[in-house]
Design a protein. Structure first.
Length: 584
DNA sequence: GCCGTTTTCGGCCCGACTGTTTTCAGTCG
């Protein structure tokens, strides 16, 4: 049987949606396929099993038709309906949909009028000045499309959260200094703490919108102004990042902030709810449906949610994945926050590939406010990272013993980030692992193993009682490397069963485990270790990125390993390994 | 194509901006 994972299924559904759009099908049918793709990506269980049992039919957004399509895909590896559609459209035509500012209607029109069937053909027509003849396209259309093509090629416009956050803070600072904004906040996916951000959204309350808009256009990084209306200004910075500013009245601000925080899907559901309750929600406020002039008073986002019969929903949760239902029933979790963290796990020093010494890393952890740190340098297999052989481990143990004497009131756990070998065993061997207080086990090699082998490898490591934490579980690198191919659901089940914690690695390029997987794991009782993977003192700040991902994944303090106190962690470690920690 | 405490048929979120138009369709979020 062909192995079709959820990403592949979602990609097919998205492809179908794109082609239905090109066909000019009912927009809601298109939407249904897009929603289906999202639902599959977010579906936490085993897709094959859910198809076999029919459980998938119960997932919102998967109706009879989508179910049978998905069933065909996972059981036979292909879908005739998809093939039929593909045969009708050249692949280049679907590529054209990715150009910003170019949608299905325009692509279809250009295909019909000029036979354009690829981005290259479209570019040529624009350059040759042959576009303006087509009805609906004028002199400026070609220019705009060419810019869109350039943009698409440049970066695909995606940015790490950290980079976007830094730029957003700079923008907020400069706009704040103008004194033109009574209220000013960043919204959008950045506020929702998505790991990857496409553009920045700012919302302001101001009595002088034109001046504020001008200040926005005049920001030092602005390369191009892409939209410029009385309430909305869009720019692109020289580094390719796009940013929007919306200016509203003070009274409208809460609704505007809510609206521009999104996500699209969350807002769609929220508006449908408002409508059902005979109200109307838009970016200016909440109104009575039968008397549109009558505003439902709301001084804050919390007021808006309350008026809709909902508990306040934290921005991180607003992904349209059941948070509204949970808020309705008072079942939202108390999300973990940085204040809940008692200690830091997964810390490197100069002994392997860190840039600061043991003493400096420990002191910095104490200054951050932690009451313990688990030092986890690389293991012997990681020669490229200066990994420690057994002899050096024992020497480090002595160094830590000595440092403990000089660091009263602060607990130092001696750990390792040990390599999981291809067969799932840990490179030091189980016996030697007993020398550590805490073992983080990670995959650093053989990413290409077949799925079944890769899964078995991770499960074996998780079931090893010496292993406390599975480090960066999928090994992905955002924007550059797919994670290893493993059955995450099986990994989660193994963690739940054995009690091994899964890491939420806060390194900006990792943010692994992905938040989409966390929620199901939390429900199953899995513990998470929210770690910086720090290679220098300043990288302790990565913990806050990990916390953002944990919050998106509905992780609570109770589900967080390093929200335990030092004593609790020690007790947990002893229980996990079924024996005492090394006598130090 | 999906969905149901108005409904198994008839809805499906809503508005700003652009570029082309003289009243609007397309795109985006």
């Amino acid at each position: 049987m062909a192995s079709v994972d959820r990403k592949a299924v979602a990609a097919v559904l998205e492809d179908i949606a794109a082609m239905l759009e090109l066909k000019g099908s009912n927009a809601f049918k298109v939407k249904a396929y897009e929603n289906g793709a999202r639902a599959i990506l977010a579906f936490p269980g085993d897709l094959h099993a859910a198809v076999a049992s029919g459980e998938l039919k119960k997932v919102p957004g998967i109706g009879p038709s989508l179910f049978s399509n998905i069933e065909s895909l996972v059981t036979t590896g292909s879908l005739p309906y998809h093939e039929e559609l593909r045969a009708q459209f050249p692949p280049g035509l679907r590529e054209c949909l990715r150009i910003p500012g170019v949608g299905a209607r325009k692509v279809k029109q250009l295909h019909d009028a000029l036979g354009i069937d690829s981005i290259e053909a479209l570019e040529r027509i624009c350059l040759e000045g042959k576009l303006a003849g087509v009805k609906g396209f004028g002199a400026r259309s070609a220019e705009k499309i060419l810019r869109g093509i350039a943009m698409l090629r440049a970066t695909a416009g995606l940015h790490y959260y950290t980079r976007a956050r830094r730029r957003a803070d700079e923008v907020l600072d400069l706009l704040q200094r103008t004194g033109l904004a009574a209220r000013l906040q960043v919204a959008g996916s950045l506020r929702r703490r998505k790991e990857i951000v496409r553009d920045l959204d700012f919302v302001a309350a101001s009595g002088r919108p034109e001046e504020l808009g001008r200040a926005f256009r005049d920001l030092p990084w602005v390369d191009e102004v892409t939209a410029d209306g009385p309430t909305k200004t869009s720019v692109r910075f020289a580094d390719g990042m796009a940013a929007d500013l919306r200016v509203v009245s003070d009274e409208d601000f809460p609704a505007a902030l809510q609206y521009f925080t999104g996500s699209q899907e969350h807002n769609t559901q929220l508006r449908a709810r408002a409508k059902k309750m005979r109200m109307k929600l838009n970016e200016y406020g909440l109104f009575r449906a039968d008397s549109p002039e009558e505003r439902v008073p709301a001084a804050s986002e919390a007021d808006l949610y309350r008026a809709l019969g909902l508990d306040y929903i934290e921005p991180e949760l607003r992904e349209g994945l059941g948070e509204i239902e949970a808020a309705e029933h008072g079942e939202l979790p108390r999300l973990v926050s940085e204040e809940d963290l008692e200690g830091v796990i997964h810390v490197h020093t100069t002994e392997s590939d860190g840039r600061d010494s043991l003493e400096v890393m420990v002191e910095a952890a104490r200054e951050v406010g932690y009451s313990y740190a688990a030092i986890t340098d690389h293991s012997k297999t990681a020669g490229y990272a200066g990994g420690l052989n057994e002899e050096r481990v024992l020497a480090q143990r002595e160094a830590i013993r000595a440092l403990r004497q000089r660091t009263p009131g602060f607990r130092i756990f001696h750990g390792t980030e040990a390599d999981i070998l291809a067969d799932g065993s840990i490179d030091y061997g189980d016996e030697f692992l007993a020398n550590f207080d805490l073992v983080v086990a990670s995959v650093h090699s053989r990413f290409g193993l077949p799925r079944a082998e890769q899964t078995a490898r991770l499960v074996k490591a998780i079931r090893n009682p010496r292993v406390a934490v599975l480090g960066h579980p999928t090994g992905r690198l955002l924007l550059s490397r797919e994670g290893l191919d493993a059955d995450v659901e099986a990994v989660i089940d193994a963690a739940a069963e054995s009690g091994c914690a899964l890491e939420i690695n806060g390194s900006p390029e990792r943010l692994d485990l992905d938040w989409r997987h966390c929620r199901r794991a939390v429900e199953k009782g899995v513990l998470f270790s929210i770690d910086p993977d720090a290679h220098a003192t300043r990288e302790y700040s990565y913990v806050s990125l990990g916390v953002g991902i944990a919050r998106k994944g509905w992780v609570t303090p109770q589900s967080t390993l390093n929200a335990k106190t030092a004593d609790e962690l020690e007790a947990w470690l002893i229980k996990r390994r079924g024996g005492s920690l090394p006598d130090l």
